[in-house]
Design a binder for this molecule. Sequence first.
Ligand SMILES: [Fe+2]
Ligand SMILES: [Fe+2]
Length: 327
Amino acid sequence: MSLKNVRLEVMQHLEKDVDSLIEKYLIPVEKIWQPTDFLPDSTKDSFFEEVKEIRELSKELPYDFWVVLVGDMITEEALPSYESWLMDVEGVDQIERNGWSTWLRHWTGEENRHGDVLNKYLYLSGRVNMKEIEKTTQYLINDGFDIGTGRDPYKNFVYTSFQEFATYISHNRVAKIAKQKGNKQLAKMCKIISGDEMRHHHAYSEFVERIFEVDPSQMMMAFHYMMKRKIAMPAHFLRESGESIGTAFEEFSNTAQRIGVYTANDYVDILQKLIERWKIDKITGLTDEAERARDYLMKLPPRMYRLSERMKIPENSYQFKWVEPAI
Ligand SMILES: [Fe+2]
Ligand SMILES: [Fe+2]
């Protein structure tokens, strides 16, 4: 049987449990938070007072902070790219309603609230140039994304396990900075987003765990492939208006490193966590090739920690069109 057919069979085998996994990891619409729970109610007279307070508190937060919040929001807003990518994965089969496509629709429904709440907050903050942000978002959706997974479900689930953890870290750190600066409302908002990301991370990690049980060698090869190639961030094609594709990503990522929201060290921490979570050192029944892949993976974190220590981040902020210059 070809590798592709084996993967399809594995996906069909796992599909039987997807309903219970949805129940375990996702929250029903009637119970989950909505963006308006964290924003001023525009039907109330108190609306203007609350907006004024948001604008006052926003002045306490530094330039780099806003750049990161904007970049995170734009990353969330490019959700159509992620949904269409994942819907095309082998075994998901978007046209048919099956367990996998139901999972993806429900996951998308949860994710969609992230960009939504951040967008509204940024709009009210008075600190950012919304039109420039909107242009970047539209560019990012136009440019699409390519994470090097192809349509392989194993590689895609490695990617999403990793990426959900990365977004957990960055929203959680943003929440911490906001709290330190006395902005409780924004802190609460980012904290609750990070909670969603953590649930999603656990779900995708369990998918991978289950694949390891039935197809260990190919799952190992997929993990190896993704880590060797490095996990590309979903917004790697980020650009500002008038610029060429991908040109804003590096400075966005430098800014996140500079304020400690997401660093090279975090990247290696996530890799290490995945290795532990999937008990990579204990997987049995591997082919020779997969054994070599395991060796490579086990040695990768120490190597990468050494590299990340040597990384230098520019000290000065980069001026984006999204945020008014630092005062
Ligand atoms: Fe998200
Ligand atoms: Fe997410």
